[in-house]
Design a protein around this ligand. Structure first.
Ligand SMILES: Cc1ncc(COP(=O)(O)O)c(C=O)c1O
Length: 380
């Protein structure tokens, strides 16, 4: 289906700006030089569309892809993507299929090491996750030697060792991240002293990659900022303070829908479930075919704006499962079929993932990652 027919058949869709994605990949390539640049494309590429983003990111110069689950990696392989893929989450599901498809697996417990070793594909490339203080995934210091020997004796190669920072984006105080970094370096040394060469150590997410060259090691795993979003306000401030402000990120996603219908309300009439909004004047309400089931958070009820004809239109009343009602009284030209921007730019106006996150009480990551995978993504 062509892009225009995909859009004309959809009630809502996301447009992905290929030039913005490429520019973001370029920025990280400049920062990390010839280190391996892994594009994190888990969670449907943070809602941007995993296959589409994977192809664009690789074409723009990313070297590896990172997914959470084996099934995500296998889906990328099935779509014909041959680049190295690292499964960042626990090796659950079709481990044998994953290794046969050449997926790299992350091993973060002795049980997982045994399970992967049972499948025992000679030459399988594995990455050991080392505990440094996040306490989410990670082998403890005394488990490292045993995990490495279980895997090596099954014929696997311990290609990588990695960790993930607990508190690098939520703060401008990076003491804890520095402690984790020091712990990672110690554990890596221990692993190497046991005879594992571990050619690919890695630790850095977007914030670490931007802020601290000492976290780059042989590979970085960049997610949110490849999509043009800052990990947080604190990371932005830290980048300024540390003199890393030269990086300029371009958000890649615009989320759109269309007006399904316009209704005229008289003074005193109510809008939507729970009658939480009541018109104080003659009001024109546009009905949008988008709701919380599509990822447009219910917490945005009576708070968010959308863009119609380049003008901000406030959401009135509660967001429904599949519909949202917005006030277009002050946009008299608005009519059925008009394109509406939920997230992104239109004319001079802009709605950012951070705006929506603030209103919904969450972070920009969640706003984009929860855009329903059922909605089409089109590359523009
Ligand atoms: C293990 C791991 N590495 C890297 C990333 C990428 O982080 P960011 O999106 O902040 O760049 C994530 C994201 O959650 C992750 O879980």
């Amino acid at each position: 289906m062509s892009i225009s027919s995909t859009i004309s058949h959809a009630t809502s869709w996301a447009e992905i700006d290929g030039a913005a994605l490429r520019s973001n990949v370029d920025q990280f390539r400049r920062i990390v030089g010839d280190r391996v640049l892994l594009a994190v494309v888990k969670a449907n590429a943070y809602g941007h569309g995993s296959e589409l983003v994977s192809r664009e990111a690789l074409a723009a110069g990313a070297d590896w892809l990172g997914v959470f689950a084996i099934r995500e990696g296998l889906a990328l392989r099935a779509s014909g993507i041959e680049a190295p893929i690292l499964v960042l989450g626990p090796p659950m599901g079709d481990v044998s299929g994953a290794l046969s498809a050449g997926l790299r697996l992350t091993v973060s417990s002795l049980n997982a090491a045994q399970e992967v070793a049972k499948v025992g594909l000679k030459g399988a490339r594995l990455h050991l996750k080392l505990e440094t203080g996040t306490n989410r995934q990670g082998l403890l210091g005394h488990e490292l030697g045993e995990a490495a020997s279980i895997l090596s004796s099954s014929g696997a190669i311990v290609e990588g060792a990695c960790t993930h920072f607990a508190d690098i984006e939520d703060t401008t105080d990076h003491d804890f991240a520095q402690k984790q970094l020091a712990r990672f370096e110690e554990r890596l040394e221990e692993l190497r002293s046991l005879g594992n060469s571990v050619p690919l150590p890695h630790a850095a997410c977007s914030a670490a990659t931007i802020l601290f060259p000492s976290t780059h090691f042989a590979m970085v795993r960049v997610g949110i900022s490849l999509y043009g979003l800052w990990p947080s306000r604190e990371t932005f401030v830290s980048a300024r303070t540390l003199g890393r402000a030269a990086i300029s990120l371009r958000p890649a996603l615009t989320w759109k829908t269309r007006i399904a219908q316009i209704k005229k309300l008289g003074v005193g009439e109510y809008v939507g479930y729970g009658r939480t909004y009541r018109a104080t004047h003659q009001t024109r309400i546009a009905v949008l075919p988008i709701g919380y089931a599509d990822g447009y958070d219910r917490g945005l009820s009576s708070g968010a704006h959308v863009l119609v004809r380049g003008v901000r239109a406030p959401v009135r009343g509660r967001i429904c499962m599949n519909m949202t009602l917005v006030d277009v009284t002050d946009i008299p030209q608005a009519q059925d079929g008009d394109e509406v921007v939920l997230l992104g730019d239109q004319g001079e106006e802009k709605i950012t993932a951070e705006d929506l996150a603030r209103l919904a009480g969450t972070i920009n990551y969640e706003i984009v990652a929860r855009i329903s995978p059922d909605l089409p993504r089109v590359l523009v």
